[in-house]
Design a protein around this ligand. Structure first.
Ligand code: GDP
Ligand code: IMO
Ligand code: MG
Length: 428
């Protein structure tokens, strides 16, 4: 499969589509792998042979030697989590030296962000978002409020001290009075975060200049999305979303890369649908079929271990992702998880007051005012696990894939039939 020069790998549903597997599979011919948004709310799994890695902040390309990996300015970074991840990967034999760089303009997650995230979730009761509790939302809030601490600030003792004191003066009363939580000592935070700055200093750089220099030098870049289109702060199922732009537009702002340098978009979509946390999920199955998807698909969060909610494929979701991201190619993952079903329903459109919706009717869904319309496919009832050639797939599976291609107007050039790198069909 010939990919164009710079390629974005984007989640086309609610996250956990298999982006990590795809980046790992495809990045061999690339020079740079860059994350442009999110933080350690992401959990990207890479498996091959008997190896198994879970990436959170670090681009999945790090598994491959000699790929330059960049944490872009659009990310929110918890230095403790980053150092943990570096240690974990090193212990597994991964080389992390000058191949990992951090944008000086990325924002830092501090412990009060995490505490606020947890406190709010608890206070919200049934209305809770179901966040990963990593402080992602509050860190992006600080950024947008223009009082956030950026990675560069970790290298400037005076600025860091002032910013931490300023933040604590506001966050501590909120934590204590509004939520009855513990407060943070600014002096202790300052000491700890100044140290993180010292440890990370050699990795901190002007990420925008770095990536544009690489592009100018003719290097190939892979942009690794985190989360999925339906969790996008603007285009997802607000408020049950994450706090960043997960769609391809986020590449431009989250790395400082012009649109003309993004040459191809791969949308990663599961052959069914999952979601973690709260919010609408029209094709969700709360029965033994959902349970079957969960157990056969091992649908438990990479980060939090939470059971993922499971349901049938929602084509309006994938069509919306194709529209928002300009998806050229679909990577259809976890086809093998459907192997044992007698019948496989797919949501083909929504009926909203007699009107057909081919894209996801977010407002109608938020107001519980919609009806998913299903078409049922015959199951193939045989194992596709590990199949590597399209011709070897059962006819019913081929029909299912063809229907998805026709309905999304994107070719499924990659079909994943197992968690491992080797368990993949790559079509010409
Ligand atoms: P990401 O966040 O998009 O990178 O996806 P995750 O890694 O969080 O979740 C995808 C899960 O499905 C991981 O456990 C993968 O190892 C697994 N996986 C990926 N592709 C396949 C596949 O084709 N079949 C099966 N059975 N598992 C897969
Ligand atoms: P990857 O990159 C699936 C979900 C959370 C919650 C909402 C907000 O592995 O696909 P946050 O902590 O971001 O404020 O939580 O977003 N969420 C994800 N769901 N995959 C992810 O990442 C996710 N990152 C966040 O469950 O519903
Ligand atoms: Mg994941």
């Amino acid at each position: 499969m010939k990919l164009r020069k710079n390629v974005a790998v984007i989640g086309a549903q609610w996250g956990d589509e298999g982006k990590g597997k795809l980046v790992d599979l495809l990045c061999e011919e690339f020079d740079v792998v860059a994350r442009y948004q999110g933080g350690h709310n992401a959990g990207h799994t890479v498996k091959f042979a008997d190896q198994h890695f879970a990436l959170r902040l670090i681009p999945s390309g790090i598994i491959h030697r000699d790929k330059l990996c960049l944490l872009g300015n659009g990310m929110v970074i918890d230095p403790e989590a980053l150092l943990d991840e570096i240690e974990r990967l090193r212990a597994a034999g991964i080389v992390i030296e000058e191949n990992l760089k951090i944008s000086d303009a990325a924002h830092v997650i501090l412990p009060y962000h995490r505490a606020l995230d947890l406190a709010r979730e608890e206070a919200a009761g049934l209305a809770r978002i179901g966040t990963t509790g990593r402080g992602i939302g509050p860190a992006y809030e600080s950024k947008v409020a223009r009082y956030g601490i950026r990675v560069a600030d970790l290298l400037d003792p005076e600025v860091l001290k002032h910013k931490i004191e300023f933040a604590c003066a506001e966050k501590n009363p909120v934590l204590q009075i509004v939520y009855g939580r513990e407060t943070f000592d600014p002096a202790q935070l300052y000491d700890a975060y100044l140290k993180y700055g010292e440890v990370l200093a050699e990795r901190i750089t002007n990420g925008t200049v770095l990536i544009n220099d690489q592009i100018r030098a003719g290097k190939r870049v892979m942009f690794e999305g985190a989360q999925g289109m339906m969790l996008d702060i603007d285009h997802g199922t607000y408020p049950f979303v994450t706090s960043s732009n997960t769609i391809v537009g986020g590449v431009c702002t989250g790395l400082g890369v012009a649109p003309k340098h993004i040459h191809e978009v791969i949308g990663v979509a599961k052959a069914y649908t999952t979601r973690v946390g709260g919010g609408a999920f029209p094709t969700e199955l709360n029965d033994e079929q959902g349970e079957h998807l969960r157990s056969r698909g091992n649908e438990f969060g990479t980060v939090t271990g939470r059971p993922r909610r499971c349901g049938w494929l929602d084509l309006p979701v994938v069509r919306t992702a194709a529209m928002l991201n300009g998806i050229d190619t679909i990577a259809l993952t976890k086809l093998d998880v459907l192997d044992e079903f007698e019948e496989i329903p797919v949501c083909v459109e929504y009926n909203v007051h007699g009107e057909k919706w081919k894209t996801f009717p977010a407002f109608a869904v938020a107001h519980d005012d919609y009806k998913p319309v299903y078409r049922t496919f015959k199951g193939w009832k045989q194992s596709t696990v590990g199949i590597t050639s399209f011709d070897d797939l059962p006819q019913a599976a081929k029909d299912y894939i063809k229907f998805i291609e026709d309905e999304t107007e994107a070719k499924a050039s990659i079909i994943s039939t197992g968690p491992r790198r080797e368990e993949t069909i790559v079509r010409d």
